[in-house]
Design a protein around this ligand. Structure first.
Ligand code: KG4
Ligand code: ZN
Length: 341
């Protein structure tokens, strides 16, 4: 018998995603994004996101099935992001998944969005060696996780105590007059700038912070430092060297993320670091993490940028893993849990 065909639905933030996988093979990854509708607000507006999901759900589903060349009847299981995320947005995906599961008589699997960001790497690099350490960096989260078993055993090692890494990119981009979401334009500007030109603070890396917050992150002080630096320039009537600020800010973020992730691997005796979430698409983070990890024989796995940001394939990937592990399907009263750990 061939490997199970699993469909995944993602609606936790501003992307409506439907992915289809067979085992670890990606067959379709359809996405409709409402990012342009949020851009003028400088952040995701929950009501706008929910409405966009509602409009995009059925066409995105159809596009995924067409791309994979299958029908709903061929699918063996339906997985859906049940949390964490925006409550109204999640609800659209969960309700849709239930409806499809009932209509086609398929088992339903509610999955954790963050675990799905880790699982997506299996579509690119095959089964994840366990245990592994995962660095999850997105617009909503910055966490270090110890992954003993993707299906059941994910332990948080640390989290951000204020802003998420992606949020810092978005806020600093706004300061520099770059568009939302800020990660990609900062990444591009930084390529033309000098990362050593301005020394910005590395949050929670001092000896006293490391005692209490060894694997935690803080980016709000960095964001404030960038704001002060830019304001001082403007007050002095001098031009702001956008590329240098972007490069120096990005270097501070990547430096801390890579250092703490490698430290978590060494402390846990783990040889595989997997990086996921939107900020994992950052070109400099990949380089810095690989350089630091190589010193200790740690292998870094980062999926291609399109799989790093939110998508349905990541949900299908985790669903496929759950089916293969013989996990129990969710019941049809599966709630959308915006605060899922
Ligand atoms: O995972 P994701 O698509 O959605 C959430 O679950 O939040 O992550 C979106 C975040 C945004 O903050 C965006 O600015 C950031 O990922 N991002 C990047 C890059 N591409 C996206 N940050 C840094 N460099 C990038 N190339
Ligand atoms: Zn995400």
């Amino acid at each position: 018998k061939s490997e199970p065909l699993v469909l995944g639905i993602e609606t936790s933030c501003d992307e409506t995603g439907v992915g289809i996988v067979r085992g670890h093979t990606l067959l379709a990854d359809a996405i409709a994004s409402s990012v342009d509708e949020h851009a003028r607000f400088g952040g995701v507006v929950p009501e706008v996101a929910s409405r966009a999901h509602l409009e995009a759900m059925v066409p995105t589903m159809q596009r995924a099935l067409d791309t994979a060349g299958v029908t709903l009847a061929d699918v063996d299981a339906i997985a859906v992001t049940a949390g964490p995320g925006l409550a109204g947005a999640l609800l659209v995906g969960v309700a849709a998944a239930k409806a499809y599961a009932v209509a086609a008589d398929k088992p339903l699997y509610g999955v954790n969005h963050l675990a799905a960001h880790v699982a997506v790497d299996t579509l690119e690099h095959g089964p994840l060696p366990e245990p592994a350490v995962a660095l999850l960096v997105s617009g909503g989260h910055s966490s270090l996780l110890l992954v003993d078993d993707l299906a059941s055993g994910v332990t948080p090692l640390g989290n951000t105590i204020d802003d998420a890494a992606g949020e810092a990119f978005d806020k600093v981009a706004r300061l520099l007059g770059l568009p939302f979401p800020g990660g990609p334009p900062i990444d591009r500007a930084a390529r033309e700038g000098d990362p050593a030109s301005i020394s910005f603070p590395r949050g929670l890396t001092g000896p006293r912070d490391l005692e209490r917050h060894r694997f935690d992150f803080s980016f709000s002080g960095l964001k404030t430092a960038v704001a002060r630096w830019v304001e001082a320039r403007q007050r002095a009537g001098e031009p702001v060297p956008v590329n240098d600020v972007a490069a120096s800010f990005q270097e501070a973020v990547c430096d801390v993320l890579a250092a703490k992730a490698v430290d978590a691997c060494r402390t846990s005796g783990v040889e595989t670091l997997v990086i996921g979430g939107g900020v994992a698409a950052n070109s400099r983070l990949r380089v810095v993490a690989e350089q630091r990890a190589a010193k200790y024989g740690i292998t870094v796995r980062v999926p291609r940028p399109k799989l790093c940001t939110d998508n349905g394939a990541m949900v299908a990937a985790l669903g496929s893993h759950l089916v293969a592990a013989g996990a129990q399907p969710s019941s049809l009263d599966l709630p959308a849990d915006s605060a899922m750990p």
